[in-house]
Design a protein around this ligand. Structure first.
Ligand code: ZN
Length: 233
């Protein structure tokens, strides 16, 4: 299976075939896919699978080791090997791409350990180990918006996972293990601002994110200062 979103997060639709079926869970696996499987705090894609003009809703997409599994509203009549059009809900996915890249910028702006995170449609968040309450809402908003006002290119690099033996600080999240494929880690690079292993989908440039707002900063325990971020649209 080729996960096309890893190289190019902007592909909205492809023609492919049904690779496997799981009748019990209304689940299918495609030969190639554009659907992102829920992982690393990013929700799975929803969308449609179209077979001979019949549109079947994809209710969720999960990740199972290296497989991407689509949960369908109805699996009846589908057979292995059938040609399908796989189409993601682009509006929703694009919002998640902008949110995910914005969270990387927040992470780069705050020099503290990340203890958790979640990407959402209305707002996203990162949790930081901030016992001394160093994070200042107004300052943070200005710093991130300053980075967003410039065209910082976002690119991917595949590097031997052994790099982490010498540079463990490259992993910013204390709670999520970066996905490893064939001994390699996918790194997301934002200009000269941020460089960290991540399997998620991102925009091509920071200028696609637009100005952000920092929402509530909540105290969720000693190691969890929760910072919410919102997009302008
Ligand atoms: Zn990420």
């Amino acid at each position: 299976m080729t996960n096309l979103f890893e190289e190019n997060a902007y592909i909205k639709e492809i023609k492919t075939k049904i690779k496997s079926l799981d009748m019990e869970n209304n689940a299918v696996e495609l030969e190639n896919t554009v659907f992102y499987g829920k992982s690393g705090g990013q929700p799975g894609d929803i969308g449609q699978i179209i077979i001979d003009g019949r549109k079947i809703e994809v209710k969720d997409t999960l990740k199972d080791k290296n497989s991407i599994i689509n949960i369908l509203e109805d699996i009846g009549g589908i057979i292995i090997g059938q040609t399908v059009i796989a189409r993601i809900d682009w509006q929703r996915r694009y919002k998640y791409m902008r949110m995910h890249s914005a969270l990387h910028l927040m992470c780069a702006t705050i020099p503290l350990g990340v203890t958790g995170g979640q990407i959402g449609y209305e707002k996203s968040r990162l949790d930081f180990n901030d016992p001394d309450k160093q994070i200042n809402k107004e300052e943070l908003e200005i710093k991130i918006n300053n980075l967003l006002s410039k065209d910082n290119e976002i690119t991917y690099e595949y590097i031997d996972s052994k790099i982490l033996d010498n540079k463990p600080e490259l992993v910013r999240t204390m709670s999520v293990k970066p996905p490893k494929i064939d001994g390699k880690l996918r790194f997301v690079k934002i200009g000269t601002i941020d460089f960290q292993p991540c399997g998620g989908t991102h925009v091509k440039s920071t200028n696609e994110i637009g100005p952000i707002k920092i929402g509530k900063i909540e105290n969720k325990g000693k190691m969890n200062r929760r910072v919410n971020i919102l997009l302008n649209d």
